[in-house]
Ligand binder design. Structure first.
Ligand SMILES: Nc1ncnc2c1ncn2[C@@H]1O[C@H](COP(=O)(O)OP(=O)(O)OP(=O)(O)O)[C@@H](O)[C@H]1O
Length: 361
């Protein structure tokens, strides 16, 4: 891999826990359950680079991991392993994420701009342009949850292009608008390209991909199947789609089921060993390869379960709180209970009614 990149993704995986209930999720967070949690690996080790000024397309069938990858690159969700190095501010336009449903369109514009570090004065300066570009009329003052997907896309796109990010990530946002809006977006994307900005463009429309992208990454059920110049990758992908469509319904289901099973049973340790072996072969004189790989896999990853130290601290805090509560209920002083712990079992007062206590001799 080179050092001259705008975005680097190295050995990135993403695991989703398939909890059945909210309480299962809480139990797992506090490590209170020994039940194995069903796993699903949406990404099984993706490595790629995007260079400054480049437009990279992401293609792949439904559920292949395109949105997961774009959300990781834009910092919406963390990766499970691997390095994600993004050199610049990103802004994502996606149908599935990006806007806060309970806020109005106007509030969303302000929030996104403030999050990008803009001042209120700067926001006021660009507001008219965003509103004109989105062209959603009085819906601007309504909560976004009442918008159609087309309106969400218009507003999301208008915000994203006007806050002037270094890296623009567009996840299927052009597929829901009308033709006029689509043309407006294409013009804006071309302007971005001319300004030398970096774009990641996710789409099922191969025509849009061919028109906009310099290179394409084909993601297939969590793997990077191919990456390269737009034309040959799209050609191969079209052939795959043709082959897939020609399968019988039963064979299609079998193919998809097998791919999903592999995602459920992906072995992260085996993958790490594989990466270590590859790197060892490339750097035979480096005695620290295993340690380096371990570092690259986990050093920039946020744990999604509570770390041991936090767990010990939480339990200790809980025990102290319960103890202080018992001391309070017992009616003895803290020093009394500390010098004679059994006194906690012999309260000096007893509760006789709501909020009324009676001293006991
Ligand atoms: N929060 C989640 N919990 C569990 N599984 C998830 C979660 N988010 C995504 N997935 C699964 O991860 C896989 C990849 O999803 P993703 O949305 O990234 O695919 P995609 O290529 O963008 O699909 P599409 O083209 O349909 O938008 C899918 O199988 C999806 O069901």
């Amino acid at each position: 891999m080179t050092t001259d990149y705008k975005i680097k993704v190295q050995n990135v995986t993403k695991e989703f826990d398939l909890f059945k209930t909210r309480s299962d999720q809480l139990k797992a967070f506090f490590s209170l359950s020994n039940q194995p949690i069903p796993e699903f690996w949406a990404l099984k080790g993706i490595s790629l680079e995007v260079h400054a000024g480049e437009t990279l397309g992401l293609i792949g069938v439904n559920g292949s991991g395109k949105s997961t990858l774009s959300n990781i690159i834009s910092g919406v969700i963390p990766q499970t392993t691997g390095i994600v190095d993004v050199r610049g501010e990103t802004s994502i336009v996606a149908i599935k994420s990006g806007l806060r449903g309970q806020l109005t369109g106007l509030e969303n514009i302000r929030l996104k701009a403030l999050m990008m570090g803009m001042t209120n004065q700067e926001i006021d300066g660009m507001l008219d342009d965003v509103v004109a570009f989105a062209d959603i009329g009085d819906f601007l003052y309504q909560p976004v949850k009442s918008y159609s997907s087309g309106m969400k896309s218009r507003l999301g796109f208008a915000i994203a292009v006007h806050i002037n990010p270094d890296i623009l990530i567009i996840d299927e946002a052009l597929s829901v608008g009308d033709d006029t809006f689509y043309q407006k977006c294409v013009e804006k994307i071309k302007e971005f390209k001319d300004e030398g900005k970096t774009i990641i463009f996710v789409s099922h429309s191969l025509k849009q991909i061919e028109m906009i992208c310099d290179r394409v990454a084909w993601i297939q059920y969590g793997d990077l199947k191919q990456i390269g110049a737009t034309e040959p990758v799209v050609k191969e992908y079209r052939e795959f789609i043709k082959w897939f469509k020609a399968l019988s319904k039963k064979d299609k289901r079998k193919y998809q089921k097998e791919a999903k099973e592999k995602q459920k049973h992906f072995d992260i340790k085996a993958y790490q060993e594989e990466v270590t072996a590859e790197r060892q072969a490339a750097e035979p004189d480096n005695p620290h390869v295993a340690k380096d790989v371990q570092h690259d896999f986990y050093s920039s990853v946020i744990s999604e379960t509570m770390p041991l130290r936090t767990k010990i601290f939480s339990w200790a805090l809980l025990i102290v709180l319960v103890f202080l509560m018992l001391v309070n209920v017992s009616g003895h002083s803290l020093t009394n209970v500390v010098s004679n712990p059994s006194s906690i079992l012999h309260p000096t007062s007893t509760l006789v009614g709501p909020g009324v206590t009676k001293s006991v001799k």
